[in-house]
Design a protein around this ligand. Structure first.
Ligand code: ZN
Length: 97
């Protein structure tokens, strides 16, 4: 496996084809406001909208998400943690919902 097959996120290394969930708004270029690394290891990214329908989420490869979201700007998150971006641009880390 070459380095390009790996994606670094939250301080972990994943394979490029690891599945993650993105809201369609983030997929369209809106900033990420909520990142969840849940206790099952699932990873999701959402924008600042408070409500999303199921239809507004899609599963994509983490390697593709890395070309949409700047992972280097995201905080370290253990499994079971999430981070919410505050209005001043800081990340507030808490327990995944
Ligand atoms: Zn959204």
């Amino acid at each position: 496996m070459s380095a390009t097959d790996e994606v670094e996120l939250f301080g972990f290394v994943y394979t490029h084809n690891t599945a993650c969930i993105l809201c369609t708004h983030v997929a369209a270029g809106e900033p990420v406001a909520l990142v969840v690394h849940d206790s099952d290891g699932d990873i999701s990214f959402a924008c600042a909208r408070s409500a999303h329908d199921d239809a507004e989420f899609k599963v994509i490869a983490l390697g593709r998400a890395a070309s949409i979201v700047d992972f280097s700007q995201l905080p370290h998150l253990d499994e079971g943690q999430q981070a919410e971006r505050t209005p001043d641009g800081e990340w507030r880390i808490g327990t995944a919902a």
